[in-house]
Design a protein around this ligand. Sequence first.
Ligand code: ADP
Ligand code: MG
Length: 698
Amino acid sequence: MDLSSLDIKYLPGVGPKKAEIFAKELGIHSAEDLLRHYPYKYVDRSRFYYIHEISAEMPFIQVKGQIIRFEKVGEGHNQRLNALFTDGKETIELVWFKGVKWVLEKYKTGIQYVVFGKPSPFNGRFNIVHPEIELVSQLPPAEQMGLQPFYNTSEKMKSSFLNSKTIQKIIFPIVQSIKTGIPETLPAYLLKKFALLNLTESLVNVHFPKNADHLRRARQRLKFEELFYIQLNILQQTKWRDQHFRGFIFGQIGHYFNSFYNDYLPFELTGAQKRVLREIRIDVASGRQMNRLLQGDVGSGKTLVALMTMLMAVDNGFQACIMAPTEILATQHFASLKELLGDIGIKFALLTGSVTAKKREPIHEQLRNGELDILIGTHALIEDTVQFENLGMVVIDEQHRFGVEQRSKLWKKNVNPPHILVMTATPIPRTLAMTLYGDLSVSVIDELPPGRKPIQTFHYYENKRQGLNQFIAKQVEAGRQVYIVYPLIQESEKIDLQSLETGFEYMQEVFPNYKISMVHGKMKPAEKEHHMQKFVAGETQIMVATTVIEVGVNVPNASVMVIESAQRFGLSQLHQLRGRVGRGAEQSFCILLTDYKLGSDTRKRMEIMVRTNDGFEISEADLKLRGPGDLEGTQQSGLPFDLKIASLAQDGKMLEIARNAAKEILEDDMKLEKVENRVMAEQLRKMKTNTLNWGSIS
Ligand code: ADP
Ligand code: MG
């Protein structure tokens, strides 16, 4: 039977109502979808621990023993219940924040229980919050106490009694039904080459592991399959593109590039800038269309590389454009280009949402007739009305802010796609880059311009505010400028705006003698620009803002970045914000202010920020803490697929193996037409119909 066409509502224990919840919450429609809903963890329930063996790293443990006494702590809303539990030798604390009455009715002192849960150190002892408790007398026989799978559910599912245990029950008969064998999705020669478990065995064991070794092999095979098909798909697309598009050839380094380099460049390029320019130079002369990612920490001088890359295009009779994610940033690029290019004789213009229709007309006209060499802008420049005579080079700044679709529109601005340089200060971990971009080449600026001092970062709680204010005053007296940043996210826009305004008023009260600007996303662009400019010009000393100032803004005199409610920002965002200071010769500081109550992940984020300025280290840490779906780099653009079992943070090695395998196969049979490869063509076809975004370009 074809499990992909078996609707789960016909499965025992499901029915139409639960089927609907499955579809809504997890995107599960068919029996096959359920089979591919893998457990996210397994707990070994064959082993009982003694309390003295417990360590903080243990994910889950079970201990046999009895409750010595109960104790209610706190009042009303803050009430919790503690129970002292002993294995006969030592004790741990069991803790409940909810259901106190129910717990007291259900569990008694002096009875033999098994408690099960995650231990955490607390007040010099271990505790388990909301443990599972079972009577020792009711435990299943030892041989059934093996690896217990845990399935992802949601709050909504749990309230309809679709918890991990019920899911396991629903899956059980499906797994039974496939034991006679289901069609393999990988070619036999790959299974053999990498000694992989077949699909049937893998699916059976991933849900009901025979033992730890079978589970390991099952997961390995399923991870390989997942990573392999992602790579096969993206590499096939890239290959196809290479065959169908030629890249424009910029054969010469010409007048503008040379004259800029010799006569206009205000400083020596760093070694890293030079290396990256050489890499780009080789690409654009190769006849292949360049698709290059430029990673470089904030302040590393990417703009200059962008400019000189665009000059290569202009020297060869092409137009170039640079797209920035915000109006402020585009305007700032325009200003820097103006300053850098001086009277060199290149024509460039700024196109943003706030350029009036009347002023756009001549820009459009000059782009079409080729008079304009370089266009600087925001999203406005991907509009259909913007047409170039001969666009040869596209630079996308802070690329993570743009979606795949927006980027693909730029591709279509010329008959052949232009060369593409995407720049980011938020490094993308290697595994993620490989997965998102196929053969995208990566350049790295790993060197800051000379004379910069590393930013010092501190994490303070609210109680340090007085001291912080004194510190701010000192810096301002020394002629520096200060940013105070507040979070602003969609869901609580109103509250956030309020706290920003309160913060602004507070600063005015504390510093009556200083001039203070305020900028936020709800302002009209012109108003924003006005206040921003005042800060840039040094007319105001303190800038109170939301994250609108996050990206690219360059005020070298600003030396302090205070981030309010820092717990609400992700690592990459914190790193981006911090990058707004440390751009001049002065020692700069970043202060992370947080609540007292921090989760362990948040505390880790703060620790990492305090410890390192290295963007690569930060992005790897971010990937490990949050997983790729939440990373800055992928949030907006979206991962074109869902990883069900493999992890980009942990399976880098396997990703590489899968990628090489895919490459080798495509070298030999790009269309996957050979008999032994047809199973892969069929798999790819299935994946593409299942996933909307698959056809996306890199
Ligand atoms: P980012 O990589 O964050 O976009 P920018 O391009 O804005 O960095 O550069 C940050 C600052 O460093 C700018 O003021 C720029 O003029 C300056 N800069 C860039 N390259 C050099 C260099 N080689 N030597 C000295 N200063 C430089
Ligand atoms: Mg920049």
